[in-house]
Design a protein around this ligand. Structure first.
Ligand SMILES: [Zn+2]
Length: 201
């Protein structure tokens, strides 16, 4: 495999990127000067070195703040007894922008695939389980995508936590289906999101 093909292979591993787009990225880089490419690789390295996952909610946060948890988990004004379960950071950012949620979050990273044979391994629930054991959680709201994968993931998490006996006295809610079918949180506008949030069942 030559250098071009090697890089193309990396790009095809990016979400949503096929072989044709990967080729275009590589040829884009070939036309750029070395300083551009150096800046790009430095930025990628800095990203990995300076951003880590919050052990409480799985959010990515900058370790420059010298704390071990993210700003939201650290904030005394946020209600630790309420947890909104979302798929990814982009979803969380939308909720933060809309300023409608005063509780905390838990990010699962990605929804399960249909027919996932090892769901326990695909989603790491241990930080959430630890919080259910220690934080006197009162309410969990599911804000996963409204599609079959989101539904399967929600059911799996619910059943799994129930089997571990961790859902006693905890209200389980989910966002209302104001979001259109098949919609993803990070494509929804703040008004739709607000209505789904306030109409949660
Ligand atoms: Zn956090």
């Amino acid at each position: 495999m030559n250098e071009k093909e090697k890089l193309e292979k990396f790009f095809t591993q990016f979400p949503g990127i096929g072989p044709r787009q990967a080729k275009r990225f590589v040829s884009f880089l070939l036309f750029k000067d070395i300083i551009y490419v150096k800046n790009l690789t430095d930025t990628m390295l800095n990203l990995k070195q300076n951003i880590k996952r919050c052990p409480k909610c799985n959010t990515f946060f900058s370790i420059k703040n010298n704390y071990n948890v993210c700003n939201i988990c650290m904030d005394p004004r946020r209600d630790k007894k309420k947890i909104l379960i979302l798929e990814k950071n982009a979803d969380l950012e939308i909720f933060e922008k809309a300023s409608i949620w005063k509780g905390t979050y838990f990010l699962i990273g990605k929804n399960l695939k249909i027919n996932d044979e090892n769901p326990e391994k695909s989603i790491s629930l241990s930080p959430l389980m630890n919080r259910l054991k220690t934080d006197n959680v009162e309410e969990i709201i599911f804000g996963l995508s409204i599609n079959p994968e989101g539904d399967i993931t929600k059911d799996f998490i619910k059943n799994y936590l129930e089997e571990q006996n961790l859902l006693k006295n905890i209200k389980i809610n989910e966002l209302a289906r104001g979001l259109s079918l098949g919609s993803e949180i990070d494509h929804s506008d703040p008004i739709t999101l607000k209505s789904a949030f306030y109409n949660r069942k």
